[in-house]
Write a new protein. Structure first.
Length: 324
């Protein structure tokens, strides 16, 4: 049976944290065994909102590749590459922009939301990023895109663009289908959403000692002042992490917290050791790659070569269909 084909990407916008891992990368690692996968570090997308200062872009790209590889993505099973290393992304973006109605882009929910938050982003690239996103998918004729429910409007726009192109010219592209993923949501160490901007993240690259240190800083039930006080695990950040990293003992830990049979310090120590164990393979892979930095570059070069071969064939069809 022929495998389906997936395209997905992430912007290299800074250091990866555990929320990013459980939000997407963990799912990609599973999907690589079921699909033919193209995973791209989408640096052109990063320019749609961070175009003024690009000095850290090379470092961010290198770190993201390290994160993906240490997280378990296999460069032999997947095509792993940097978006701007395959020029066909920009070419298809340009051609699709010629046939995309302005109204389609203006109604994208995230465009409206971000415009309200960041009103100064009034560039063409910011408005047209859904066209670039669609180009990323169509260039490899991906039939499946892993998304959360909040991203479904983006994918539906891509499907509309496929139908418009296929009807206007020649039927080249499949309509990509959603592969809905249920992301595991991890709070930051202060209980809010995990975010670099809050400074409450746990870096994915954290060493075992760094993990333990971040766990020690986690907020717990604010009403539980003394060890003998009865706790409420449902409002405790540590307990939320136990659900992910220590599911087999969640009921026991919850009962011990409610009865004050375990204190917050001991509960954190138990969590930290489970996290260190669960992330040990990732840490070991990272250490190996960091001792050979040239290996990461080789993988990205190899991935770009493989991606370009497919992208070039697709663009030859597109140019013929559009009589270019």
């Amino acid at each position: 049976m022929t495998k389906g084909r997936i395209f997905s990407g992430m912007q290299p916008s800074g250091k990866f944290h555990l929320g990013n891992y459980f939000g997407a990368l963990e799912n990609w690692v599973r999907l690589q065994h079921e699909y033919e996968c193209y995973f791209s570090i989408v640096d052109l997308h990063a320019l749609t909102s961070s175009y003024e200062d690009t000095k850290k872009l090379p470092e961010n790209i290198q770190n993201m590749a390290l994160d993906w590889l240490s997280g378990g993505l296999d460069p032999e099973k997947n095509v792993i590459f940097v978006q701007s290393h395959v020029k066909e992304h920009a070419e298809l973006h340009l051609l699709l922009s010629m046939i995309t109605p302005l109204g389609w882009l203006e109604r994208v929910p995230t465009y409206k939301d971000k415009l309200q938050q960041l009103g100064q982003l009034n560039t063409y690239g910011f408005l047209g990023y859904p066209v670039l996103m669609t180009s990323d998918i169509l260039l490899y004729k991906a039939d499946t895109v892993p998304v959360g429910e909040d991203q479904l409007p983006h994918l539906e726009l891509a499907r509309e663009m496929v139908r418009r192109f296929n009807n206007m010219y020649t039927e080249i592209f499949p309509e990509p289908q959603a592969r809905l993923s249920q992301a595991k949501l991890l709070p930051g160490i202060d209980g809010r959403k995990m975010s670099k901007s809050y400074g409450n993240e746990i870096p994915f690259a954290a060493s075992p000692d760094e993990l333990r240190a971040r766990v020690r800083l986690m907020v717990t039930d604010p009403q539980r002042v003394k060890k003998t006080d009865l706790g409420n695990p449902d409002v405790c950040t540590v307990f939320a992490f136990h659900k992910i990293f220590n599911p087999g003992e969640v009921e026991e830990i919850g009962a011990q917290c409610r009865s004050a049979a375990i204190g917050c310090v001991d509960c954190k120590k138990r969590l930290a050791e489970h996290m260190v164990t669960a992330l040990a393979d990732n840490h070991a892979r990272r250490q190996t790659l960091e001792t050979n930095p040239g290996r990461v570059k080789e993988i990205l070069v190899y991935g770009a070569e493989r991606a370009r071969a497919v992208a070039a064939a697709t663009m030859a069809e597109v140019r013929e269909a559009m009589h270019l």
